[in-house]
Design a protein around this ligand. Structure first.
Ligand code: PMP
Length: 403
């Protein structure tokens, strides 16, 4: 059953119309920090408000009318996510708190049970701390080793061996915007019977992906970077793997039977969902995905790419600017010689331009890039050329003060 068919509608994308869906956008400020968290469309805000204002109830527990409705909404939302990433079955979709928790579940409930001393986990150098620390922790617990990988395909072929049990890679770097070739990485990983874990935190909003076609074993993302609510994430896992994994947290509804001596875990996906779920978040996220299917996301991506190219062409006029990001990416990272990234961020903030600076939760990558932090601009289909022009003017004002 496909509830959310992204191809079935007569879709379109109009930048101004799209932008008008975001109540946080106004003429006084410019939001260029969407890689940290995306702005929220009215449809998502309204659905969350409706739940809290008129139909608050718990899910999968009580049997009164509103509670049954809420349970049905959560099931529908799970199917929407399964459709969005082309999962085989909605039982492969686990609700979590975000990408971070999703990857930690894989590390603790999967990796920890299979890793032996000297087994290897190959982790790319591009990774956010969320896709590095869970592997370092489980390596300490099991005696396995974390192997650094540049994300270059030839290097993967050289590093991978029968000792490799996991390959962990981002769909899109939150610093450089680089999107690795997941199809080839998946092929190489599976030739060695290792498991592929993909961090979709940045990629999901710009590049819809098909977990089945790419043969991804585990895929993690956060709703808040896909126009959805904070505090909600998804772990996709192949059914076979999820079934063999040990439980994550203990608590209500993750069990079939319990006594003082033992318990029997619930079936998928509930086995990994102890406690009351983030009901308002899930309902809001379903509304987000429902709203998103009205738009031609591929066209929106092309628009964002053009806007990114315009932004980069304007930034290139600044003297002594050094870029760290790849071309055509909605993520643009750079430094300006003799200007500290945080000084620039503060002066831009005073001019109501929101950007991100610092290590971007990627210390090893900063070391590789040879810097202590960067300035990051991140673009979305709701941004426009005026946003970029205001940014450039604000940077010029800041440079005049700082030099
Ligand atoms: N991975 C990447 C590439 C990210 O950009 C982020 C968020 N900055 C995360 C993981 C972690 O996401 P969250 O904090 O929502 O769990």
């Amino acid at each position: 059953m496909v509830l959310l068919d992204l191809n079935s509608h007569n879709k379109h994308y109009n930048p101004e119309k799209f932008r008008s869906n975001f109540p946080a956008i106004n003429d006084q400020s410019v939001y260029l920090d969407s890689a940290a968290t995306a702005l929220k469309p009215q449809a998502m805000i309204a659905a969350t408000h409706e739940y809290y204002a008129h139909s608050t109830a718990t899910a999968q527990r009580s049997l009164h009318h509103d509670a049954l409705q809420v349970t049905a909404s959560i099931d529908k939302a799970r199917q929407y996510v399964a459709d969005f990433i082309h999962a085989n079955d909605n039982s492969e979709i686990i609700w979590t708190r975000g990408t971070t928790e999703s990857i930690n579940i894989v590390a603790q409930s999967y990796a920890r049970t299979i890793l032996k001393p000297n087994d290897e986990i190959i982790v790319s150098e591009l990774e956010h701390h969320s896709n590095l620390l869970p592997w370092l922790i489980v390596a300490q617990q099991t005696g396995a080793k974390v192997i650094k990988w540049s994300s270059n395909i030839d290097e993967l072929s050289a590093l991978i061996s029968s000792r490799t049990k996991i390959v962990a890679i981002t769909q899109m770097s939150n610093v450089t915007g680089f999107c690795p070739d997941l199809a080839t990485i998946s092929q190489i990983t599976h030739q060695y019977n290792a498991v592929l874990v993909v961090d979709g935190a940045q990629g999901i909003v710009h590049h819809c992906l098909d977990v089945k076609q790419l043969d991804i074993d585990f895929y993690a993302f956060s709703a808040h970077k896909l126009y959805g609510p904070t505090g909600l994430g998804v772990l996709y896992g192949k059914q076979l793997l999820l079934k063999q994994m040990s439980v994550w947290q203990g608590g209500g509804k993750m069990l079939k039977t319990a006594s003082f001596s033992d318990f029997q875990p619930a079936d998928l996906p509930y086995k990994f969902e102890a406690g009351t779920p983030n009901i308002a978040g899930i309902i809001g996220f379903a509304a987000t995905l429902d709203w998103l299917r009205n738009w031609d996301v591929k066209q929106a991506d092309r628009y964002t790419e053009q806007l990114a190219n315009y932004t980069k062409s304007q930034l290139m006029k600044i003297t002594d600017i050094e870029f760290y990001s790849v071309d055509n990416s909605p993520i643009i990272s750079f430094n300006i010689k003799n200007i500290h990234h945080n000084d620039l961020a503060i002066l831009l903030g005073e001019q109501k331009i929101a950007i991100r600076t610092g290590e971007l939760c990627a210390q090893p990558l900063m070391q590789k890039l040879g810097c202590h932090g960067v300035i990051r601009i991140s673009l979305m289909p709701y941004n426009n050329q005026q946003d970029v022009d205001k940014l450039i003017e604000a940077i010029q004002n800041a440079i005049a003060i700082l030099t």
